[in-house]
Design a protein around this ligand. Structure first.
Ligand SMILES: Nc1ncnc2c1ncn2[C@@H]1O[C@H](COP(=O)(O)OP(=O)(O)OP(=O)(O)O)[C@@H](O)[C@H]1O
Length: 192
């Protein structure tokens, strides 16, 4: 089956005052279309380094990176801007990319309506619960219509009960929107 993302024989070394650190040693992974791939590892094992290579923030020391299509990145914290309304937070990526089109706005309207945020579109982030904020963060990521989502511990800032609810929610949204995704976590239950 065709892979949308593939890492082949990736090595990454960092050079510090204390010397060289080998963080990634011969990492190979492939995300097939229609799949969600979990990357599970303890703190410091190099998960963020892998994501930074996928988003091209970092170059691997050696190895091959193949990515087909656009990537959307959802972070550990929602990073909603408190002084912008929910709608203005969601359109920020489109504004930066100069892609605020009628079609994009209709798409956002649809996402807001089906995922229960429409009534809150003119409110501010502080008026929303942690779970709703995370849903807004996902809709913001989906707004630019990426092909694949990178989710970097997206539930870790939530309390346990909210996390169960929101992770289920987000899983359904990813499936319904027909996106492929890579989920990075140190939490085995989250990965499952
Ligand atoms: N720019 C850098 N320079 C030097 N060392 C770095 C750099 N970035 C990361 N490291 C080191 O590489 C290792 C892996 O870091 P990374 O952030 O990828 O791990 P992680 O699994 O994402 O951890 P966490 O779950 O705590 O975010 C760590 O030992 C870290 O200290």
């Amino acid at each position: 089956m065709a892979s949308i993302i593939e890492l082949k024989n990736i090595y990454k070394n960092f050079y510090t005052d204390e010397g060289e650190i080998l963080v990634l040693k011969d990492v190979n992974l492939a995300l097939e279309r229609g799949k969600i791939l979990g990357i599970l590892g303890p703190s410091g094992s190099g998960k963020s380094t892998i994501l930074n290579i996928l988003t091209k923030l970092l170059q691997p020391t050696s190895g091959e990176v193949q990515i087909e299509g656009e990537i959307g990145y959802m972070f550990q914290k929602d990073h909603l801007l408190e002084w912008r309304t929910i709608m203005d937070n969601i359109t920020i990526g489109l504004e930066i990319q100069h892609k605020v089109t009628t079609k994009a706005l209709e798409r956002i309207e649809h996402l807001l309506k089906i995922y229960g945020i429409w009534e809150f579109r003119n409110r501010y982030p502080k008026e929303l619960s942690g779970g709703m904020r995370q849903r807004v963060a996902l809709i913001r990521t989906l707004a630019t219509d990426p092909d694949v989502l990178l989710l970097d511990e997206p539930f870790s800032a939530l309390d346990y009960q909210t996390r169960l609810m929101v992770s289920d929610d987000i899983y359904k949204i990813i499936r319904q929107e027909n996106k492929d995704a890579i989920l990075v976590t140190h939490d085995i239950s989250e990965a499952i």
